[in-house]
Design a binder for this molecule. Structure first.
Ligand SMILES: [Fe+2]
Length: 493
């Protein structure tokens, strides 16, 4: 098809433009929701709103393709002594890319070029490699963690870098987002990302590094910086309603991103237990069931949930309790817990506690293999658990990987009293993060310190679950209650 006159004129304007430096370059995986299947979007900032041309091609190819960035956006806010206006934020979508292929790209006139690797096609048997980090922040430790995650392990490059919330710790100080994306460009410019918001993108205020009293006028972000800057496959309607949960297939893995703060309104306290808060949490729960019902376990044998807050966590930080026994939620307490009240009856400060009341049975029913979180600034890996007991048939492995290296320091100490037997590995001495290696037969989950990308500190291998019911033979015939698995045995190190 011949290009339209308008496209030709636009391309001429773009090419003829003087250099306009691009900053904060970062990549994200895209899908059909963004009209860009099997795609990677390059996002960046500049001082002018004009569109850019992105040149890209497989490294081995002689033919260069190009795309023009979508219209740029800028946002601002002002309250009391604090005001902010963002640079112009651009995104160019490179769509229908070849699977498992190394590409190079250039922001024409922006002075930036990088290479990246695309994920394997969903449905192929190719190994999928994911890097996962929570709570990275903006210190030299967090930079070391991200560089470790971008480094190949046994020759395997990561296909995506997943952030389990608390990205920059801007806390309403939006200049921190700008500094953070510049700091991380060295990694995010060449490893595509996905992620989900944490409390620092939603309810935490008063800035990260700004002097007082100006910082007192900075409000909780209420998703503003996250939605403007983090590119995820969420519809505009869902963005407007602050519904940030979604799922994404990467190679052999069906990833589900859940928002622990769904229904919040930028405050830690005022929404918990309210009808709008409960309504939004119920909508997320309904969406989750529908999403899991449609997973094709032949194409994506592994289901991994990414959310910010851990429930099975033996560090003292961010504990919550809904029944008299820690980590157990009695059936008689389930509704009260879901509605946002602790066993004490007081309103919930840590919202994941209430979510667990209804998420855990769903995880078991649909065979969620792993839940990976941040929030707690340490590492912890559990055995497969169902309702506070090791259960290899119905259980889910919980990984806390929030030791990205942010300025708040390490987690700890651990909870008083005996440590549950399901807690199998911990670290609060060294910063680090996780890698996930998925094959058709097993899922390996590793945790590395940020000073050693070659030898993992800890790892576990989960064999693929074997169906025990004839109803599982075709995913379309699966009925709730019949979808059970038997694990063949788990290797721990
Ligand atoms: Fe957090």
């Amino acid at each position: 098809m011949l290009p339209s006159v308008l496209q030709v004129l636009l391309a001429a304007v773009v090419i003829a433009s003087p250099p306009r430096p691009a900053s904060q370059v970062h990549l994200a995986l895209t899908n059909a929701v963004q009209n860009c299947e099997n795609g990677v979007a390059v996002s960046f900032a500049s001082e002018t709103p004009h569109q850019y041309q992105i040149n890209y091609k497989p490294i081995e190819s002689a033919q260069t393709l190009n795309v023009t960035t979508r219209p740029s956006e800028s946002y601002g806010l002002s309250r009391g002594r604090y005001s902010y206006k963002s640079p112009y934020l651009h995104s160019g979508f490179m769509c229908n890319l070849l699977p498992n292929t190394a590409y190079q790209y250039e922001i024409v006139g922006g002075g930036k070029s990088f290479q990246f690797l695309t994920p394997p096609a969903t449905g192929s048997d190719a190994i999928t490699v994911l890097s996962v980090v929570g709570d990275p922040g903006d210190t030299t430790d967090s930079s070391a963690t991200l560089e470790m995650l971008a480094t190949p392990y046994k020759g395997m490059h990561p296909h995506a870098l997943i952030v389990a919330g608390d990205y920059s710790y801007a806390n309403g100080e939006h200049e921190v987002w700008d500094r953070w994306f510049n700091l991380q460009e060295v990694v995010f410019g060449h490893v595509p990302t996905l992620g989900i918001n944490g409390n620092h993108e939603t309810v935490v205020a008063n800035g990260h590094a700004a002097p007082r009293p100006k910082a007192w006028d900075m409000v909780g972000e209420n998703y503003l910086g996250y939605l403007q800057r983090i590119l995820t496959p969420i519809s505009n309607e869902n963005k407007a309603k602050r519904r940030t949960y979604y799922s994404f297939d990467i190679g052999l893995v069906h990833l589900v991103f859940l928002d622990d703060y769904v229904g919040s309104s930028g405050s830690t306290w005022n929404s918990v237990g309210s009808k709008p808060w409960l309504n939004e949490r119920t909508k997320q729960l309904t969406w989750l069931v529908q999403d899991l019902e449609h997973v094709n376990r032949t194409a994506t044998p592994w289901v991994v949930v990414i959310k910010h807050n851990p429930f099975y966590n033996t560090w003292r930080d961010h504990q919550c309790q809904c029944s008299k026994t820690r980590f157990h939620i009695d059936d008689s307490d389930r509704e009260r817990c879901w509605e946002g009240r602790y066993v004490s009856g007081s309103s919930m400060y840590e919202p994941h506690c209430g979510l667990q009341a209804k998420l855990e049975p769903i995880y078991a029913e649909y065979g969620v293999d792993v839940v990976m979180t941040g929030h707690v600034h340490g590492y912890e890996r559990t055995a497969p658990i169902y309702q506070n007991k090791i259960n290899e048939e119905r259980g889910t492995v919980y990984i806390t990987t929030g030791a990205g290296g942010n300025y708040e320091g390490h987690a700890g100490p651990r909870i008083p009293g005996p440590i549950p037997e399901w807690s199998r590995a911990v670290n609060n001495k060294v910063y680090g993060a996780s890698k996930v290696i998925a094959t058709k037969d097993y899922l390996e989950i590793l945790w590395f310190t940020n000073t050693n990308s070659k030898t993992p500190f800890d790892s576990i291998i989960l064999p693929v679950r074997i169906p025990t019911s004839p109803f599982e033979q075709s995913s379309k015939k699966v009925k709730r209650g019949y979808y059970k698995f038997r694990l063949l045995g788990i290797q721990e190190y």
